[in-house]
Design a protein around this ligand. Structure first.
Ligand SMILES: C[S@@+](CC[C@H](N)C(=O)[O-])C[C@H]1O[C@@H](n2cnc3c(N)ncnc32)[C@H](O)[C@@H]1O
Length: 562
């Protein structure tokens, strides 16, 4: 059979190989795999053959699938395959762990599966293993693989909370011995100890005893506290938690109650697409002005009108930027749109419009001056879409009237995006002189060149837990360096020198001419005597300076601008 025939879906969206895996017909699975059946296709509930094999618990079939896929694909495709998540965000490993199929969990870990991937409720495989396993085998191999046992789910619960709910003394000991934090609170403000049903139980005595021991080493473990379970209010596919470091907790060693209030959670409205509040901003959305395709082949060939507009299709089958994409001078990307004739599910030219897929977390930076930042919870390969920069589209005239320019992103053509009052997770991306993401201009709802979507893609591989940052550019820092220095702490930091003294600031003038391109830095000609020129979120960091001349409005520099 040709690959097209072998991959045909039945009415329930299953392929033949899915049925063979479900029925545990090893010979048939082998035959299909040899005949190049596509093992990565997602069937009912977003599950692949690997999810199904992990559910059934058939180790032989799981091995067969893993090794056939590995032999036919490169490593990054292979990792996407074993880490694929179904509609609930479950990987094959979660299915195996939940059902106690320890051999399969072990195989997947050996083959590089990521145990820290979170599902749609931010549970890791360890949460599920803790919830369902009476024996410790699966949990032991997960702990040996170095799983992070302090990830909090949407309710703020760690695996240790779950073990305490179940009064499982042995599980509590295993988790505590592997660094489980006894002082993380869930959203009901309960410590794991508070979740133990009976305070006279063996479990309560064990956990209580460990808490007493830890009290002598309060700084042994980095603690975080959930400020918000999901900053997107359910708007993103996965919840995005905001966490506070323990460094500024009230009552922490050397921290007074006043200091503990330093960084406020910002008051902004979470949106997933740019909005327009000004009448003067008019986007040309006429379909007659757009390129539209009618492809039947997944939009991966030169025939596609949309990819043609971008010169070529810049996306791989996995939805990443392809290896010849120029990260220093990114191309404009035209994705297929709603009026295209192609099939949205099989179209390879839709990535940014599918939204944020990578599990992200907003975290208070260790240096409180920087405020909040964003990190990824999983390793992210190069070329992956992370998030778009959304907010209010403003004319530069309106931007000049605004006091806080910390969340501006310049679009050129006298417009910018302000994510201060309305924004998404990307409003928290900090600057780094060694960035791991770059902005790319993408079009899909319209093709009005003045208003591209700004989409951030990884320009190198990102490790789990690494902060996600982009380069704000020279023009931002040329002005901001007068008030604060860069805290990116990278070896090649270009802006870490100290800001000038206040006295010098008072007489120093910042104009469009000494900061270069007027598109990147706009001056406010109304002679405002006082300006707040840094993030108003970071109360301690907001710098009020008295200026004798015009107030600069700084836009984060868009390096993709031609
Ligand atoms: C778009 S916001 C980034 C999110 C911000 N940290 C927050 O808490 O909302 C830009 C502001 O963050 C701070 N910031 C970002 N990167 C920084 C860096 N490398 N060094 C110092 N401050 C930084 C500056 O106050 C800057 O004006």
């Amino acid at each position: 059979a040709t690959p097209d025939v072998i991959n045909i879906l039945d009415r329930e969206l299953r392929t033949a190989v899915m049925c063979a895996v479900k029925e545990e017909k090893c010979d048939l699975v082998n035959l299909f795999a040899q005949s190049r059946a596509d093992l990565a296709i997602k069937g009912p509930d977003g599950r692949t053959v690997l999810h199904i094999a992990a559910q059934t618990g058939n180790l032989e079939i799981t091995q067969l699938l893993v090794f056939s896929y590995k032999a036919s694909k490169n490593i990054s495709n292979f990792l996407s395959f074993i880490n694929a998540q179904d509609d609930g965000g479950w990987t094959a490993m979660v299915w195996a762990a939940e059902l106690g199929h320890t051999g399969i969990v072990s195989l997947l870990l050996q083959q590089g599966a990521d145990p820290n991937i979170c599902d749609n409720d931010n549970n890791t495989v360890l949460h599920w293993a803790a919830l369902h396993n009476n024996d410790l085998d699966t949990i032991t191999i997960l702990l040996q693989a170095g799983i992070n046992c302090n990830i909090q789910n949407i309710e703020g619960e760690t695996p240790l909370h779950i073990a305490c709910h179940h009064s499982s003394t042995r599980l509590c000991i295993a988790l505590i011995a592997n660094g489980a934090d006894l002082l993380l609170r869930n959203r009901s403000d309960e410590l794991p100890y508070d979740c133990i049903p009976n305070e006279d139980s063996e479990c309560a005595r064990t956990v209580g005893f460990n808490m007493q021991m830890r009290a002598f080493h309060p700084r042994d473990f980095q603690r975080t506290r959930i400020v918000c379970g999901d900053i997107s209010n359910g708007r993103e596919l996965r919840p995005i938690q905001a966490l506070r470091n323990d460094i500024n907790f009230e009552g922490s060693e050397g921290v007074s109650a006043d200091e503990s209030d330093q960084i406020m959670w910002p008051d902004f409205r979470y949106i997933t697409d740019t909005i327009i509040l000004q009448n003067s901003v008019q986007i040309d959305k006429r379909v007659s002005q757009m390129r539209i395709c009618t492809c039947m082949d997944g939009c991966s060939t030169d025939q596609c009108q949309c990819t043609g507009a971008s010169v070529q299709c810049w996306y791989t089958a996995e939805g990443r930027l392809c290896s010849d994409f120029n990260y220093d001078d990114p191309a404009l990307i035209f994705e297929c749109n709603d009026v295209c004739g192609c099939n949205k599910l099989s179209c390879k030219n839709r990535v940014v419009q599918n939204g944020v897929r990578i599990p992200l977390q907003v975290i208070e930076c260790e240096d409180s001056f920087k405020g909040w930042g964003v990190r990824s919870l999983i390793p992210v390969p190069k070329g992956s879409f992370v998030a778009g920069y959304v907010g209010e589209i403003l004319t530069d005239l309106e931007a000049d009237r605004r006091m806080d320019d910390s969340y501006f992103f310049d679009l050129g053509h006298n417009h910018c995006i302000d994510a201060n009052y309305y924004g998404n997770v990307s409003r928290f991306f900090n600057h780094s002189c060694e960035p791991n993401i770059i902005p790319v201009r993408v079009f899909y709802e319209h093709q009005d060149y003045r208003f591209p979507k700004i989409a951030f893609f990884t320009c190198r591989e990102i490790e789990a837990g690494e902060e996600i940052c982009f380069d704000y550019g020279d023009k931002f820092w040329l002005v901001k360096n007068r008030y604060f220095s860069c805290k990116c702490l990278t070896p090649s930091c270009r802006y870490s020198h100290k800001p000038l003294e206040n006295g010098e600031l008072a007489t120093d003038s910042v104009t469009a001419s000494n900061v270069g391109n007027i598109n990147d830095v706009t001056t406010n000609n109304s002679a405002t005597p006082t300006a707040v020129v840094s993030s108003t979120l970071v109360n301690s960091a907001a710098t009020t300076v008295t200026m004798t001349t015009s107030t600069p409005v700084i836009h984060l520099v868009d390096q993709t601008q031609p």
